[in-house]
Write a protein that binds this ligand. Structure first.
Ligand code: FA5
Length: 338
């Protein structure tokens, strides 16, 4: 028997061992171990490759080819079986780890609206009860609606009161994420004739750092009344009515003089919290004649008042909580209380 035949016989035995192993072994680890024995460092396959050098020159090409074929056969056997075993193992694992959600008892019932959404609904109910209708405006606004039409001229210092987030659309600083709901006033005045009695709740954005009383994204509710003969007394009366309806009779509120470019005179609206501290809830005032004019309304014939309250602050103060951030970290233990 030639040296080449002996080699072929030894290699056939390796193939046979591989075939038996592949048929019998049922796990990936065992299979990998056998593969290492048959094709690894000290295996017949590797020693055979070294021995080729000592064969007769005429046999070397045939031996090299044979080794290559055997290696391919063995690799094919192991690869196919490994894939098979892996999918079986994976299917078993998936089955074992399967979670039947219908078996899990729901904790705390079926869930409910977020406190901010509940507050918006309650505020709308209160104002609709007082004769207002609901209006809406876009969250991405032009500089005109957010500032200029509201009597903030370009570069006016009052713009610093509202650190603005700009959107890169059109000319630089021409498009903003609205910093308050007041632009809805202008949109409503443009689109309708007095008498106007609207509220506009919605999301607003400022470059504020989150703390107990500030969030960079928060909610306001705007109010606008324009009619003949509207006075500051109507504004004060409306706010008082609202405070009683929303917070109940025993909450103390106050109006203190303030400044907004779009109202004259202007005031800030505060309520007294359970801890005795005053909390600023919003601004208000008589609509500035320039603003009425920008909205196409004759200030000689009509007058009006407007207000803008922070909804998130109202939500937490009504429930005796004191940190706005709790509303948005979405810890269900906090949120399910309301
Ligand atoms: C305004 O935004 C005016 N547009 C309000 C207004 C409307 C005045 C109509 C006159 C007429 P101010 O910046 O003060 O005003 O914000 C109003 C309220 O929003 C604040 O009183 C506060 O309750 C709430 N607020 C302001 N910044 C934040 C913030 N970062 N996080 C949560 N609430 C805020």
């Amino acid at each position: 028997m030639s040296a080449l035949d002996t080699l072929r016989e030894r290699l056939d035995e390796v193939v046979a061992a591989a075939q038996t192993g592949v048929a019998e072994l049922g796990d990936v680890a065992g299979l990998d171990q056998l593969r290492n024995e048959l094709t690894g460092k000290d295996s017949v396959l590797v020693t055979a490759r070294r021995e080729i050098g000592s064969l007769a020159d005429g046999d070397k090409p045939a031996a090299g080819k044979l080794l290559g074929e055997i290696r391919a056969t063995i690799d094919g056997l192991f690869d196919a079986r490994r894939d098979e075993l892996r999918s079986v193992e994976l299917a078993g694992k998936l089955e074992a780890e399967r979670l039947d959600l219908t078996e899990v008892e729901p904790r705390g019932g079926v869930g409910h609206h977020h406190l901010v959404t509940q507050t918006i609904d309650e505020l709308i109910d209160v104002f609709v009860g007082m004769g207002f209708t609901v209006a809406e405006g876009p969250q991405i606004e032009t500089d005109w609606y957010n500032f200029e039409s509201l009597n903030f001229p370009p570069g006016h210092t009052a713009r610093d009161m509202q650190d603005t987030l700009y959107v890169e659309i059109g000319e630089a600083e021409s498009t903003v994420l609205r910093t308050h709901t007041s632009p809805v006033q202008m949109r409503v005045m443009e689109a309708s004739e007095p008498p106007i009695y609207i509220v506009a709740p919605g999301r607003v954005f400022r470059r504020d750092t989150a703390d107990a009383t500030h969030m960079p994204v928060f909610h306001q509710i705007e109010g606008l009344v324009v009619d003949r003969g509207i006075t500051f007394g109507d504004l004060a009366g409306t706010i008082e009515e609202f405070t009683k309806a929303y917070f109940g009779g025993d909450v103390t509120s106050r109006l203190r003089p303030s400044y907004f470019p779009f109202t004259e005179p202007s005031a800030e609206f505060d309520i007294r919290r359970a801890d005795g501290e005053w909390l600023e809830l919003g601004g208000c005032g008589m609509v500035h004649p320039n603003v009425l004019r920008n909205g196409g309304i004759d200030p000689e014939v009509y007058s009006g008042f407007a207000f803008g309250f922070g909804i998130d602050r109202m939500a937490i103060s009504r429930h005796g909580a004191d940190d706005l951030r709790d509303l948005f970290t979405n810890d269900v233990r906090f949120l399910t209380q309301f």
